[in-house]
Design a protein around this ligand. Structure first.
Ligand code: PAF
Length: 271
């Protein structure tokens, strides 16, 4: 992988990179299309990273759609699909972790022990292999995007990290590889996340500044759905993810909700 990128760089090409865990959908493809338009050589990685799963059943049940993923990459002009094995990534004796501070401790980090260490460790290893000029990540995993931007800055990695808007179904459901696990009824119920975010956004647009009031309104949308269980709902500063009590700077509402047996996350800016 590195030889390919070194060669591309020698030829003056700009290397673009989209790291994924496969089960590709239109959300991933919007990252691919963006990186394709901004770069000369485009790499997608497919690696279901065991280090970032806090539950074995989640790792085992993670959707794997290898052939469809390859077809999609080919159709969108991807030059290289990099798919290391777990043994290659984490050979026997592997013991190094990249671990960030407070930004990884709230939101998803508070409920998925070790998750962000797993993400930052694998992303650094992928960056080392792919040597990209630019890497694109979705805003749907907003905490992940913010954490990776911070890692790149803190460790002087010299990769341009590009956050791209969440792609949604027509009715607002954020695209996610986990959506395939929803039954038709759960699929409908999952819209409570989007309704909650919209409720808060409307209030913020209307001038409401107290985070607690916006949170109560958004929570009501989740609580109205019997099969939905709120894991967390938080309003944080858009840059460093500090929890906010008042909307006095660019902010983001982020939430994780279990719908039946599926954990969904979503977020939106509060302008
Ligand atoms: O967002 C993902 O799919 C994963 O967390 C990533 C960035 C590919 C690291 O495994």
């Amino acid at each position: 992988m590195r030889a390919y990128s070194e060669n591309a760089r020698r030829e003056g090409k700009r290397v673009g990179f989209v790291p994924t865990m496969g089960a590709l959908h239109a959300g991933h493809m919007s990252l691919v299309d963006y990186a394709r338009s901004a770069c000369d050589a485009l790499v997608v990685s497919i690696f279901v990273n065991p280090l970032q799963f806090d539950r074995a059943d989640d790792l085992d049940g993670y959707p794997r759609t290898w052939q469809a993923d390859l077809d999609m990459c080919a159709a969108h002009g991807v030059d290289v699909v990099y798919y290391p094995t777990a043994d290659l990534m984490y050979p026997q004796g592997f013991q190094t972790k990249v671990s960030l501070g407070p930004m990884t401790q709230g939101l998803c980090g508070a409920h998925r022990p070790g998750h962000f260490d797993g993400v930052t460790t694998v992303v650094l290893k992928l960056f080392n292999a792919v040597q990209p000029h630019l890497a694109a990540f979705g805003e749907k995993d907003y905490q992940q995007l913010a954490v990776i931007k911070r890692m790149v800055r803190d460790l002087d990695l010299g990769v341009e990290v590009m956050g791209r808007p969440t792609v949604r179904e027509k009715d607002g459901l954020a695209l996610s590889s986990r959506n395939v696990r929803l039954s038709p009824q759960e699929r409908e119920e999952a819209l409570c996340l989007w309704r909650g975010l919209n409720q808060a956004r409307e209030m913020a647009r209307g001038g409401k500044k107290k985070a607690s009031r916006l949170k109560i309104a958004a929570e009501a949308e989740i609580k109205a759905v019997a099969s939905a269980r709120l894991e967390y709902l938080e309003i944080v500063a858009a840059d460093d993810l500090t929890p906010l009590e008042v909307l006095d700077r660019p902010a983001r509402m982020a939430m994780a909700v279990w719908v039946g047996g599926t954990r969904l996350i979503d977020n939106a800016p509060l302008d």
